[in-house]
Ligand binder design. Structure first.
Ligand code: NAI
Length: 331
């Protein structure tokens, strides 16, 4: 039995969390959940949206499954997600993006992996209001963070038998910051001669991704570009409802979908739990519960391939609950 921290989040978070809990239980996963709430409601009760108990729990258990948490736009507290990643030094955000059988999309040969730097860039949150009409935000790129994310990307490429790593930047404009990032990736690339290496500017990458995504393999990006390109790539494989992710550091890992708390469909039993289920499968593999992981993977892919019990975002009419039961039925 392994203890895993569970953050049910808010918005659609609790609905998709329930789905995952039921599926993991039915699949025989040996997990004791350490449930830790976070977000706006917690901030009202405990004075912080991310109380120390959440961080302590993940530090102790070393692994967490997290549903999305809402961040107020343009005001209010700092993102729980950004704080969590920073406080636990979860420096690598890994977002595999591959077509799933049964989900019809524009392309049927997408198989790429986004490796997003997770701790700095404009997400350092260093902003100030200079006067009423001017605000500034500081973009921080360091050698330490750039080298270790590049090493993570190449290491991932080697271990997962990938062919190429592409560094993404806007170093033609942000010559110092993105320039430093790029130089660090080049340095690491030189030591990994068995993996091909190339570079692309982020705007050109976006255009090429929507025209011919199959030409990309592993992408390594600074934080902001990684965030934006992740959503673009989710769109290539069927949308945010099916895009999984993981935040990995040296001492802990937090598995979570790419999508947010989807307030527009909150409480309507409409949310697609697939992205959180896929994140949970990766979490199970990470803690060596491969049997349960494989059973769920098969059942989930069968449900999606059959295609008649899927949620609205995938063109179906099933509720979150009906989809969950279909996966359980296929276990
Ligand atoms: P979002 O990802 O929550 O939603 C974008 C669109 O995708 C919406 O139309 C939503 O209904 C749909 N969608 C997302 N997940 C879905 C699912 N599982 N099933 C079906 N449809 C789904 O992005 P948005 O609206 O920009 O952000 C909402 C909130 O989430 C914000 O407060 C944001 O800060 C937060 N957020 C949290 C993240 C996290 O906790 N890791 C990540 C991204 C955003």
């Amino acid at each position: 039995m392994q203890t895993v921290t569970l953050i049910p989040g808010d918005g659609i978070g609790p609905e998709i969390t329930n789905s995952v809990l039921e599926i993991l239980k039915e699949a025989g996963a040996q997990i004791e959940w350490d449930i830790q709430t976070a977000g706006a409601e917690v901030a009202e009760e405990e004075g912080s949206p991310l109380p120390d108990r959440v961080i302590e729990s993940i530090k102790k258990n070393k692994v967490a499954l997290k549903a999305p948490v809402t961040t107020p736009i343009g005001k209010g507290f700092r993102s729980v997600n950004v704080q969590l990643r920073k406080s636990l030094d979860l420096y690598a955000n890994l977002r595999p993006c591959k077509n799933i059988d049964g989900i019809k999309t524009r392309y049927d040969n997408v198989d790429l992996v986004i490796v997003r730097e997770n701790t700095e860039d404009l997400y350092a949150g260093i902003e100030r209001q200079i006067d009423e009409d001017t605000a500034e935000s500081i973009k921080i790129i360091t050698r330490k963070a750039s080298i270790r994310i590049a090493e993570f990307a190449f290491d991932y490429a080697i271990k997962n038998k990938r062919k190429r790593v592409t560094a993404v930047s806007k170093a033609n404009i942000c010559k110092l910051t993105d320039g430093l990032f790029l130089n660090c990736v080049r340095e690491v690339a030189q030591k990994c001669s068995n993996i091909e290496y190339n570079e692309i500017l982020v705007d050109n990458l976006c255009m090429q991704l929507v025209q011919n995504p199959s030409k990309f393999d592993v992408l390594v990006l600074p934080n902001l570009y990684g965030d934006i390109v992740s959503d673009l790539c989710a769109g290539l494989i069927g949308g945010l409802g099916v895009a999984q992710g993981a935040n990995i550091g040296l001492n802990a890992a937090v598995f979570e979908p790419v999508h947010g708390s989807a307030p527009d469909i909150k409480g309507q039993n409409k949310a697609n739990p697939t992205a959180l289920i896929l994140s949970a499968i990766e979490m199970l593999k990470y803690i060596n519960q491969n049997d349960a992981a494989q059973r769920i993977e098969k059942a989930l892919y069968k449900t999606l391939k059959d295609g008649y019990i899927v949620t609205e975002d995938l063109g179906g009419s099933a509720t979150t609950e009906e989809f969950t039961n279909a996966v359980i039925g296929n276990l």
